[in-house]
Write a protein that binds this ligand. Structure first.
Ligand code: ADP
Length: 174
């Protein structure tokens, strides 16, 4: 199948998807928070937080993998997007663009390393972390398409929660 046929854009809650892996837009401490992170933790149940606390920390732009507990997917890959809120953006070690691309890259690498044939992403950093939506969509799209064209032979879903996010992806894929 062509790489572009293995990219799917859907709208809804990522917690309902039955892909092998779903990605959580996590924070460095891997604590259950608000937004998609809160939704994933409440659907998975408290054992997810227990496993995350054992891991303890994930640097910005990197990803870690856990079990999925009560979620319908097999694994959760937690990635930490760049935080562009004014008081946090100055502390980033690299450019926001490189860090955001690295989230998609490292998550796909973990899926591949764990034999996971399908992975679904939320629109990382575009909520509380304030990354501009259309720019984030372009970085996500470029990074995902690069991996689908080179070394990941699985399927990738982008799960949009808002109409704004969906519109950003439609502009890239239409
Ligand atoms: P971040 O801190 O990385 O910005 P947020 O959870 O605040 O994380 O937002 C990331 C994206 O996830 C936003 O586009 C938001 O609309 C979306 N989102 C929120 N809840 C869900 C959900 N249940 N499923 C998929 N996406 C969601």
């Amino acid at each position: 199948m062509k790489p572009s046929d293995r990219l799917h854009i859907v709208k809804g809650s990522i917690t309902r998807l039955t892909t092998d892996a779903i990605v959580n837009a996590a924070n460095n401490q891997l604590r259950a928070g608000s937004g998609v992170c809160g939704a994933i933790h409440s659907a998975a149940g408290p054992m997810l937080q227990t496993e995350c606390m054992k891991i303890g920390w994930c640097p910005t732009g990197q990803s870690v993998i856990t079990d999925a507990y009560n979620l319908p997917c097999k694994k959760v890959i937690h990635t930490v997007g760049p935080d562009l809120r004014p008081w946090a953006a100055d502390k980033l070690a690299e450019s926001p663009e490189r860090l955001l691309a690295s989230c998609y890259d490292t998550a796909i690498s973990l899926a591949k390393a764990n034999g996971l044939k399908s992975i679904a992403f939320p629109c990382i950093s575009t909520g509380v972390y304030m990354y501009p939506k259309s720019e984030a969509a372009r970085i996500a799209y470029d990074t995902i398409m690069h991996r689908l064209s080179t070394d990941y032979d699985g399927e990738v879903t982008v799960c949009c929660f808002t109409d704004d996010d969906l519109e950003s992806y439609r502009q890239l894929t239409d």
